[in-house]
Design a protein around this ligand. Structure first.
Ligand SMILES: NC(=O)c1ccc[n+]([C@@H]2O[C@H](COP(=O)([O-])OP(=O)(O)OC[C@H]3O[C@@H](n4cnc5c(N)ncnc54)[C@H](O)[C@@H]3O)[C@@H](O)[C@H]2O)c1
Length: 667
């Protein structure tokens, strides 16, 4: 047996391992604020010690006290494994169940140093998106997965492995819940407290559900958004070519914008105030050119637009200086947005204009009141420039970064007379009606052989399946189909794989089912050398209820309910998902969203064929039916089509009341 297998099977070591220092070459989570009182701290230490044999407690109790004091959390660094955590071939993981081995592979990918944001604090992305709360949970979970069979289910409560329970072969092998709170205890400080006690965690979306695949997901989602933004303003446009998209931010997610816009064949200008972020993206090849001189930059962009060149150009400076110069020179910009981190405006998410980056960082700490005033003044100028350009014909959308909200709080001219924002968000205008309502969402798969050759075969199979489907697609969805065919054909060249051999592709129910079926057949025939895991981002049609993001284009009042996400996870679990997850929080914050997902292993069997058809059909059509019931006409079209495809589907269709009747009522 390999050392790796032995180490995983050992679980929590019976002898105390040597103390470990944290690795200075990886990024570490910020220290969390002190939130527990003395009695609560004792409870946190008692809670941590229950994972470990009593003979270790005398050493560990003071060590955990120190961790709690220093970091605000008990991570149990001493128990970090000595082996490298990363995706490997399924057979490299010890297992009795292939499904459980696939889950080991997926969660290992989420904790890979090359993938995870703060790997030693078990955080995959988004600052607090955790896979586990501490290393004891990791060790126990891996051991359970290695030992379990196909008639057991592992139950994970916010990273804590409650244990293996007898079930049956069609049941999920793992059920994950993260951060599920009694609603009255779901405010931000409640998270700090209960996470410090070691009884809950923030799983973000794909972090706590073992489905994160690195930056590829965000590049594809952003490419789909800008392509559809181009079509919204120009129904004849096939893509972004001959159009300029201006935005800001070259950070974690925002850094995908220039790469995505070039994939969409457009000209992208992106301002970034932090030169380190700008040059990191330049070095990576995610942005093509960098300028400090705004006029030279604008001349370059105009020339590229004229020649329909696809190029991304960074402005090394503040977005407001750029927008104001565009206004002065009266340059027409087709599409505008913003991805500075305005969800975090006072602590470095948004930098004021007219102050150097260095001075702004000092002011933030030494004079926070003045910093706040400067940010708000900048937001007023930012909004004025956007308003002028929009009046001249630019299409501006909010990119889910709280630009509209913070501008309104700064008293900028961002509201219509009726109190609504002047501009819509990307989900309200683009992703909702053009993708989610038709069932298109971020389907993904991972080759458990961990072999790039298998991924190339899956890319080819997926392209063939989509081309076949497109021959009979209705016009309403033809463009979505062709976007995804173009994406998958270029996916290998775009070299987006970091970590596991994974691919993302926007597909509807029919596309997801047929691609999955073709993969299962290719595994059965031996064309693919090992099983394939299916999954998706939670930022999708059915999995997530989030009133200001995924479900912001629901207007019947139900955007504040979470029945869809809960129904979805229950429905996936009894239709054959290999694992399911449901989370409180993700993207927009604790208490603001309920989101869920699944993983499914295709192993080439007849059982896998039955499960994929049953589960994927539900996993997409659940959300479409709810969107249709909310009177969204695109979803109404899609659900009627789904009913024709499967006569066993019978969905309640809304009757539409006449506006004049409603408006004539004496209310
Ligand atoms: N990409 C998406 O699909 C998506 C979806 C939903 C929400 N968002 C939101 O987008 C925002 C950005 O996310 P991120 O992960 O890239 O954050 P980030 O903090 O890593 O990056 C933001 C960047 O903006 C830069 N910046 C701040 N103020 C600036 C200014 N005035 N001019 C020029 N540059 C400035 C910062 O230096 C930073 O590099 C977040 O609020 C996130 O929630 C993105």
């Amino acid at each position: 047996m390999t050392n790796l297998k032995q180490a995983i099977l050992q679980g929590i070591p019976s002898e105390l391992p040597a103390k470990k220092n944290i690795n200075p070459s990886v990024s570490h989570a910020p220290n969390r604020k002190e939130i527990l009182n003395k009695e609560e701290k004792k409870l946190a230490i008692r809670n941590a010690l229950r994972y470990l044999p009593e003979h270790m407690h005398v050493v560990l109790a003071p060590e955990f006290t120190e961790e709690l004091k220093t970091y605000g959390r008990i991570y149990m660094y001493r128990f970090m494994p000595n082996y490298e955590i990363k995706a490997r071939h399924l057979e490299d993981f010890p297992h009795k169940s292939k499904q459980a081995a696939a889950i080991q592979m997926m969660l290992s990918n989420n904790l890979d140093n090359a993938i995870a944001q703060h790997p030693e604090e078990l955080i995959t992305y988004g600052g607090n998106g955790a896979v586990f709360q501490n290393w004891a949970q990791y060790l126990l979970c891996m051991q359970y997965l290695a030992e379990m069979n196909d008639e057991q289910t592992l139950v994970l409560y916010s990273g804590h492995p409650m244990g293996l329970f007898p079930s049956h072969k069609d049941a999920p092998r793992v059920v994950v819940t993260n951060g599920m709170m009694i609603p009255n205890y779901s405010k931000p400080d409640d998270w700090e407290k209960f996470n410090a006690l070691g009884v809950t965690q923030y799983g973000q979306m794909t972090a706590g559900s073992f489905m994160y695949i690195g930056p590829q997901g965000i590049v594809h989602g952003t490419a789909i958004t800008v392509l559809n933004a181009a079509r919204k303003i120009d129904p004849k446009a096939e893509d972004l070519s001959g159009k300029i998209f201006v935005t800001a931010g070259l950070g974690g997610m925002s850094g995908a914008q220039p790469k995505a816009a070039v994939i969409a064949k457009g000209v992208c200008i992106v301002a970034e105030v932090n030169p380190q972020a700008t040059y990191k993206r330049k070095k990576q090849g995610w942005v093509d050119e960098v300028y400090k001189n705004i006029d030279e930059l604008l001349d370059r962009a105009i020339a590229a637009r004229e020649s329909k060149e696809a190029v991304s150009i960074a402005y090394d400076g503040n977005i407001v200086d750029l927008w104001e110069r565009v206004v002065e020179r009266n340059i027409h910009i087709e599409i505008g947005s913003d991805q500075t981190s305005l969800h975090n405006p006072w602590a470095g998410g948004y930098y004021p204009v007219g102050i150097s980056y260095k001075d702004a960082n000092e002011m933030m700490v030494n004079n926070p009141e003045q910093f706040k005033k400067e940010v708000q003044k900048t937001l007023v100028r930012h909004t004025n420039a956007i308003n002028t350009l929009s009046e001249r014909g630019m299409y501006f959308f909010d990119y889910g970064n709280a630009f509209l909200l913070e501008s309104s709080r700064a008293d900028a001219d961002i509201l219509k007379p009726n109190g609504d924002f002047k501009y819509a968000s990307y989900v309200q205008d683009i992703m909702g009606p053009m993708c989610f309502d038709y069932g298109f969402g971020p389907f993904r798969w991972v080759c458990t052989s961990n072999d790039a050759k298998d991924l190339a075969i899956t890319d080819r199979i997926a392209a063939e399946v989509l081309e076949e489907i497109m021959q009979h697609s209705p016009t309403e969805i033809k463009l979505q189909m062709s976007d995804n065919i173009n994406w998958i054909k270029a996916a290998g060249e775009n070299k987006m794989v970091i970590g596991s051999q994974a691919r993302i592709l926007y597909a509807d129910a029919e596309g997801r089912m047929k691609i999955a079926e073709a993969f299962n057949n290719a595994i059965a025939s031996g064309e693919l050398s090992a099983p394939v895991v299916l999954g998706r981002d939670h930022h999708d049609v059915s999995g997530t209820d989030s009133p200001y993001r995924e479900t912001s284009n629901i207007y019947d009042g139900s955007q504040f309910t979470a029945d869809m996400a809960i129904q979805n996870v229950i429905g996936d679990s009894f239709r054959g998902a290999t694992w399911v997850s449901i989370h409180n929080g993700g993207g927009v914050g604790w208490g603001e969203v309920i989101n869920g997902g699944f993983g499914m292993l295709l192993d080439g069997s007849i059982d896998a064929d039955r499960r994929l058809k049953s589960m994927l059909f539900w996993d997409v059509n659940n959300g479409i039916s709810r969107r249709s019931w909310a009177r969204n006409k695109e979803a109404n079209f899609a659900i009627k089509r789904a009913m024709q495809m499967n006569p066993d589907l019978k969905v309640t269709i809304p009757n539409i009341a006449d506006d004049s009747l409603i408006n004539s009522l004496d209310l």
